[in-house]
Ligand binder design. Structure first.
Ligand code: FMN
Length: 333
């Protein structure tokens, strides 16, 4: 049996769309900036970027801002699909307003797909785990499933083979070194790791990991004068897989779709019991980004690196703040 949204009252339609926008709030974002805003009008849910939340030093072109917004868009789409609604998504619908990233129109009721429901259930559990992962290998079958979903979202997945991991490590370390030598980057990192609690954003040092030798270094999120809240633990990332999400271009729609692809990967991985961590330093700096392109044999534009693996520690990660729904969602009466 199908039901069209016309059978929903206007207040029910609003409630469905507001719930989808709320479901997007745990989406990952660069420095936990959560650079988005949602607007509900009738049967339309609009996603806009918030340029005030762009990281001027780390992300001067706004690439990571768009990828972060793509993750929020995919979270909302997943919530709507899991609740049994088809949607039409129009990306970058108004060239005169480039900050308007997507317009989601609620469609007919459709039977939800069980995999989508499992991914929606993974939204509140998904976390960036900066600790080292264990020896258990991520299977090729799992990488194939992740690749299929990423391609379904219009992007591609490159699994970094063992003999390329050293190059990935070099690209990441060089990028981190260049950024660390830049006082504006250090000031920005310090600002976003030192947030007052009421803001509900930023990366708390409790979720940073102590620097130890790693196969590929993890970004140091410890602000000046603080200590990292987590130790890397007993693992050495032996079984971890490193994958690069990439695409054909770096126009705003490509980056938005890249964020949607990254989100689908993270949610399926989480639903399957994998831990995940994002690594973006190497895409933030021109020369290391060229090295990443080389790992892709110059076949595409790298959006982000993801480390996947099985956690060693069962200790839950400390909470990461989120902004209030009242601040990020507006409903037009
Ligand atoms: C585009 C993008 C880039 C990110 N880059 C990094 C990174 O380089 N290193 C890192 O540890 N986390 C990175 N993250 C993860 C964010 O720091 C994380 O999503 C945020 O702090 C919220 O925490 P949570 O993912 O545990 O909810 C990135 C996330 C996004 C969406």
């Amino acid at each position: 049996m199908t039901a069209s949204p016309q059978r929903l009252t206007s207040s029910e339609t609003t409630a469905v769309l507001e719930a989808a926008a709320r479901a997007s709030l745990p989406a990952p974002s660069v420095f936990n900036t959560q650079p988005w805003h949602w607007r509900v009008t009738g049967d339309i849910l609009e996603l806009s970027s918030d340029p005030e939340r762009q990281l001027d030093a780390t992300d001067p072109d706004g690439r990571l801002l768009l990828i972060s917004c793509g993750a929020a868009l995919h979270h909302a789409r997943t919530a709507l699909a899991a609740a049994g609604y088809a949607v039409t998504v129009d990306r970058m619908p108004d060239p005169a307003h480039p900050e308007l990233l997507a317009r989601i129109q609620l469609g007919a009721a459709v039977p939800p797909n069980p995999e989508t429901q499992r991914m929606a259930a993974a939204i509140p559990r998904r976390r960036t785990d900066r600790r080292a992962f264990g020896d258990r290998q991520v299977s090729e079958a799992m990488i194939t499933r992740l690749r299929r979903l990423v391609e379904f979202e219009g992007a591609y997945l490159h699994e970094v083979p063992q003999d390329q991991v050293a190059m990935l490590a070099i690209a990441t370390e060089r990028a981190a070194g260049i950024e660390h030598d830049d006082p504006t980057y250090r000031a920005e990192l310090n600002r976003w790791t030192n947030r007052p609690q009421w803001r509900g954003d930023g990366v708390p040092p409790t979720t940073a990991v102590e620097p130890t030798p790693r196969r590929v270094a993890v970004r140091d999120f410890t602000p000046v004068g603080a200590t990292a809240g987590l130790s890397a633990g007993d693992g050495v990332d032996k079984g971890a897989a490193y994958v690069i999400v990439y695409g054909n271009g770096d126009q705003p729609t490509d980056l938005l779709r890249g964020g949607e692809a990254m989100s689908t990967l993270l949610l399926l991985a989480t639903a399957e019991g994998l831990a995940t961590a994002l690594l973006s330093e190497a895409v933030e700096v021109t020369w290391p980004r060229r090295l990443l392109r080389g790992l892709l044999s110059d076949l595409g534009e790298p959006y982000l690196v993801v480390r996947l693996g099985y956690p060693v520690s069962r200790v839950p990660l400390p909470p990461v703040p989120r902004r209030d729904a009242a601040e990020t969602i507006t409903t037009q009466g």
